[in-house]
Design a protein around this ligand. Structure first.
Ligand code: ADP
Ligand code: ASP
Ligand code: MG
Length: 429
């Protein structure tokens, strides 16, 4: 997959721990105090500690909403300059909280720590981190408090790493300095599905990088997908746990260390997809390539793609010639929909589309499991379980270890519960 953190070499340092606190975990001054106390306790136990913080809960959304009030398609450079400020606030507050409890702490923004990224605003990738700077900060017993989610490109522009990007900051910093990584969040681990949707969800003790990568990419936002990519690439052990309890959470580890091979490990729900349908496109070689090249030029990634014969095929004329047409359906994230619309409007004539339809009222439900590699009939069972609830499947995509179905938004929770319990993942009621 993608090569984040190209210049991060896995450093070697004895007892260094990176602790990342998510939005809820730094959502109030009291919670920041609580997180500070944890970092200090870890330090007292003999470790050097780097804390990575997210913005306070709701803050990034608030900032992005301000930008949208001014423009439907705000300039991405300014969006990043704005959105990155949430983490600056919590980094400074966290450093103050540690100091107030008698510790030494300094806040560091992305540019101060040399977190160099590419220039893809709002979804930048980390290219390098100044590990020496971090080691220098830690040398005298200081806790370094790093603002997550942000970096700078080579020209010094502020960038952000995509929603949920503080997870990636944490894992990348851990990789750079050879540390283990603890992700403190508002659930006590990775569950068989989102415990906020499905009351029977169970905590997973150990999960492989591969499965976590699929779950994250399919909507389980407990870890940002890129954080799992970096963890896998550099072999960073990641412990996902609650900032409100001492209970052990979930270890994300190599396949060989994960537990016994069950067929389906988890169910994920992604509410961020939207569907685009190019109706009545010319059925000629190169047409689809043109449309998708235009999207990739804009850095828009496409997920599911389906091509089917169009009802709009022009009937045979007097000369017997039929103009064959096809419908091309694909999904992009809701965040990319406005830009996709722009691109498609410019491509419509080029590809000869009769019409372009946009649909936001859909979600993607997926099942994931390493055991699917060797078990037949999993897809059939998935479709049966959805059919039993009268849920219509609007599109399907599969890989070696996952199957995804697009369904109408109103079925989101029902589909997740039906699949979760149908594959026997739940705790008995
Ligand atoms: P943070 O602000 O700490 O980064 P997030 O909101 O980004 O926290 O991620 C934690 C949330 O992820 C949980 O509250 C839960 O609703 C959601 N989630 C989705 N899928 C899962 C899953 N399989 N296991 C645990 N949490 C999940
Ligand atoms: N604050 C950013 C967001 O909400 C990054 C993060 O929380 O990880 O997406
Ligand atoms: Mg998060």
């Amino acid at each position: 997959m993608t090569g984040t953190a190209t210049e991060i070499s896995r450093g070697a340092s004895v007892s260094l721990i990176v602790q990342k606190f998510g939005g809820t975990s730094v959502g109030t001054v009291d919670r920041i105090r609580n997180a500070a106390a944890r970092a200090l306790a870890t330090q007292r136990a003999g470790h050097q500690v780097v804390v990575i913080v997210s913005a306070m809960a709701g803050e990034t959304n608030r900032l992005l909403a301000l930008a949208s009030e001014l423009s439907p398609l705000p300039d991405a450079r300014e969006v990043d300059a704005l959105a990155s400020t949430g983490e600056q606030v919590s980094a400074a507050l966290m450093a103050l909280a540690i100091q107030a409890q008698g510790g030494k702490a300094r806040s560091l923004l992305g540019h101060q720590l040399g977190i160099i990224t590419d220039s893809a605003y709002t979804k930048a990738r980390i290219k390098a981190i100044d590990a020496q700077r971090l080691h220098d900060e830690l040398a005298d017993g200081t806790i370094a408090v790093v603002a997550g989610f942000q970096g700078v490109d080579e020209a010094g522009n502020i960038t952000t790493l995509g929603r949920g990007g503080s997870d990636t900051s944490a894992v990348a910093v851990a990789a750079a300095v050879g540390a283990a990584c603890e992700i403190f969040t508002d659930v006590d681990g990775v569950y068989t599905t989102d415990p906020n949707i499905c009351p029977t969800a169970k905590k997973i003790e150990r999960i492989s990088y591969e499965e976590m990568l699929e779950l994250a990419s399919l909507g389980a936002k407990v870890l940002q997908i890129r954080s799992v990519e970096v963890a896998m690439k550099y072999g960073v052990p990641v412990h996902v746990r609650s900032s409100f309890s001492e209970a052990p959470g979930t270890w994300v580890v190599g396949e060989e260390q994960s537990l016994e091979r069950v067929t389906v490990t988890g169910v994920a729900l992604d509410r961020n997809e939207s569907r685009v349908m190019l109706v009545g496109v010319d059925d000629r070689p190169g047409i689809v390539a043109q449309a998708f090249t235009a999207l990739s030029r804009e850095n828009i990634s496409v997920d599911m793609i389906i091509q089917s014969p169009s009802a709009h095929t022009t009937p045979a004329g007097p000369d017997g010639a039929v103009s064959r047409k096809t419908d091309v359906t694909f999904t992009v994230t809701k965040a990319d929909l406005a830009r996709t619309q722009q691109v498609m409007e410019s491509m419509r004539v080029v590809v000869g589309a009769r019409e372009v339809r946009y649909e936001e009222d859909i979600v993607k439900v997926s099942i994931v499991g390493l055991g699917m590699r060797s078990h037949a009939g999993v897809a059939a069972r998935m479709f049966e379980l959805l059919a039993a609830e009268n849920i219509n499947i609007e599109a399907i995509s599969t890989s070696e270890i996952k199957i995804s179905c697009l369904v109408a938004t109103r079925y989101a929770e029902l589909a997740v519960r039906a699949l979760h319990d149908g594959f026997g993942l739940g705790t008995p009621a």
